[in-house]
Design a protein around this ligand. Structure first.
Ligand code: PEP
Ligand code: MG
Length: 334
């Protein structure tokens, strides 16, 4: 145990040295690394200095920590704090994503047999327009103080995006009616439902940007509840089908010339990150604890090597083979 501990500590020290480096592949291609943020607390924002942008601001924290629906002013204040920490760098604010595993003490969600397939995230916002509009007004007000990109979770169709955009316009009109300033924002979708991934070419023309939520995309693709330990072996985050689907989405967004990021756990997975770049991704967003490790992993391979790694991964027949391919690539890099 002592030997393992010593090795782990050495590895941590070695990785820490990468934290403040700029993220480049071995042959000098810059990969934009973002930070996933779960609250506006100081400790979370400290890591902002090591990232090019905030790739996922999970706004649920504001709602889950409170004993009432956070007011427009309360939300605007918190969003402004995050935006100021990032200056002119983009902050991707994800609109409320509750339902499924995330509940609120003060809001009764309807009982459903399959909550992950039910009224969650954007669907719940559509059903509760006042709740949604309050958040959108707060975000638009905060946008005056930085570079805000607004992103909708659980998008399943173009219709969802168009409807969400209609709400943003309504929130803008409400602010104008009150004589309040609203900032400019980019509008984007999370790609975490397979139907959205398969419609990527059309979706890319409907949004300014998108981000792949691999945690949910894996859950819906493998039909394995991400919260249920009994089906954990079926929830395969290195399933070749997931890499193939990500590759399709990446090609669609590249053709449309629209930015695409991966903000699910896979984006911060140092073994998978080079394969994602090989599939065409140039933006990855992750928790602070993954930044150094991913920077190190990207610096170990050329873009050409990452492309052939991606080709090998997508040609695999099962997760076991993908694991072998990704681990061998890391061994070579060491
Ligand atoms: C995801 O689904 O990959 C994601 C980033 O969102 P969350 O984990 O909050 O559902
Ligand atoms: Mg999700």
């Amino acid at each position: 145990a002592q030997a393992a501990r010593g090795q782990w500590q050495r590895q941590m020290r070695e990785e820490a040295a990468w934290l403040d480096k700029e993220p480049f592949t071995k042959d000098g291609v810059r990969i934009d690394l973002g930070l996933n943020i779960g609250s506006a607390a100081g400790e979370e924002l400290e890591a902002a200095q090591y990232a090019g942008f905030a790739g996922l601001l999970r706004t649920e924290f504001l709602y889950m920590d409170a004993d009432h629906f956070p007011t427009e002013d309360e939300q605007a204040g918190q969003y402004e704090k995050v935006l100021r920490a990032f200056g002119q760098r983009p902050v991707v604010l994800r609109t409320l994503d509750i339902g499924g595993d995330k509940t609120l003490r003060y809001f009764q969600l309807s009982r459903e047999d399959n909550p992950f397939l039910g009224s969650r995230a954007l669907r719940l916002c559509f059903e509760n327009p006042e709740m949604f509009l309050t958040q959108l007004r707060a975000a638009l007000r905060a946008a005056v103080h930085g570079n805000l990109w607004l992103m909708f979770p659980m998008v399943g169709s173009l219709e969802d995006v168009r409807r969400a955009k209609g709400f943003v316009e309504q929130a803008r009109r409400q602010l104008a009616g009150r004589g309040e300033r609203a900032g400019e924002v980019k509008l984007g979708a999370m790609i975490e439902v397979p139907s959205a991934a398969l419609m990527a070419p059309e979706l890319a023309r409907e949004v300014d940007f998108a981000s792949i939520g691999t945690n949910d995309l894996c859950q819906y693709l493998t039909a394995a509840d991400r919260m249920n330990p009994a089906v954990a072996p079926y929830y395969q985050s290195w399933h070749p089908a997931l890499f193939r689907l990500i590759g399709m989405v990446a090609r669609a967004f590249e053709q449309a010339g629209r930015p695409l990021c991966v903000c699910g756990e896979l984006g911060g997975d140092a073994l998978a990150a080079p394969a994602l770049v090989g599939l065409g991704l140039r933006k990855l967003s992750m928790s602070a604890s993954s930044l150094a490790r991913v920077k190190k992993a990207l610096a170990g391979m050329t873009l050409g090597e990452m492309c052939s790694l991606a080709a090998r991964v997508t040609a695999c027949a099962d997760e076991e083979q993908v694991k072998k391919v990704l681990c061998e690539a890391k061994e070579r890099d060491l």
